[in-house]
Design a protein around this ligand. Sequence first.
Ligand code: FPP
Length: 275
Amino acid sequence: MAHTRTQPATLAPEALGPVTPEEAVLLKKLDLARLPRHIAVIMDGNGRWAQKRHLLRAAGHRAGTQSARTTIETCARLHVEALTLYAFSVENWRRPKAEIEFLMQLLRDYLRKEMPLLQRNNVRMRFLGRPEELPAGVQKDTREATEETARNTGMVLSIALNYGGRAEIVDAMNAILMERNGHGGTQPVTEELLARHLYTAELPDPDLLIRTSGEMRVSNFLLWQIAYAEIFVTETLWPDFNRARLLEALLDFQKRERRYGGIDSERGAAARAAR
Ligand code: FPP
C-alpha cells in the first residue's frame, strides 16, 4: 500500500496563488512530494464557535462552509488525491429538527454556489452514506453534483452525509450477501472483498485524519479505512480552520514516522544486524 505519492513535477508552491506571510513560511517547510494521498476531516466546533460570539448555531455552520471551501480548494491545488469531509452522521438526526433542516438547506445552497469552484479545480464529487434516508431534494442535488463532476479527473471530494462507519460495514456485508444470494458462494470474505464493497471503494485509505475543536474521538467515521491513519487533533474550531491551520496539519503529518505495524528502517537495520 503506497501512502504518499510523488507529486507531478509541475506542482509548485505558487499553485496556491497569493499567500499570507504565515502561509509562505509554512509552505517553505512543506515537502510537496510527500503529501497525504487521502485526507479525512471531522469538521467539529461550529456550535461552540457561534456560542463564543453569542450567535445562533446556524451562524457557526454557515461560517464552517468557508473553511470547507478553503480546505477543498487548497487540497485540490496541492494535488491531494482524495479529501473526505464528515458533514452529517447517522447520529446527527438526534439534533433539533430546525438545525437538521438548516444543515440540509445549507448543503444544497453550498452545492449550487460552489459548483463553479469545484469545476474550476477539476474536482470529482461523491457522497458517502445512506442516500435513501435523506430528503428528496437533497438526494436530487447530491445526485446532480455527482453527475456534473463525474468527468473531472482531479481530486475526489467525498462528502459523508447520513454516514456511519458501522452502518457502512454492515451495508458492505449485506451487499456481499446479496451478490452471493442464489450462487451458494461459501468462499470466506476477505479484507479486499469487504473494502471493495465499502462506500469508499476505489479510494486509497486516509493517511491523515484531522479533527477540529479538540475532541479525542473518531465518532464512527471511516472506522475500517482509518486503521493506519495518522490522527491530527487541533483545538481550532472548524470555522477558524483556515489555510495556515491546514498547512500546519500537513507539516505535522510529515513529521510522523509511519510503520504500519512494522519497525522503522533504522531500527530494522539494527535488529537485523543483531541477529
Ligand atoms: C460540527 O459542528 C459540524 C457539523 C455538524 C457538520 C456541518 C459542517 C458544515 C456545515 C461545514 C460545511 C460543510 C459542507 C460540506 C457544506 P457542531 O455543531 O457539532 O459543533 P459543536 O460540537 O461545537 O456543537
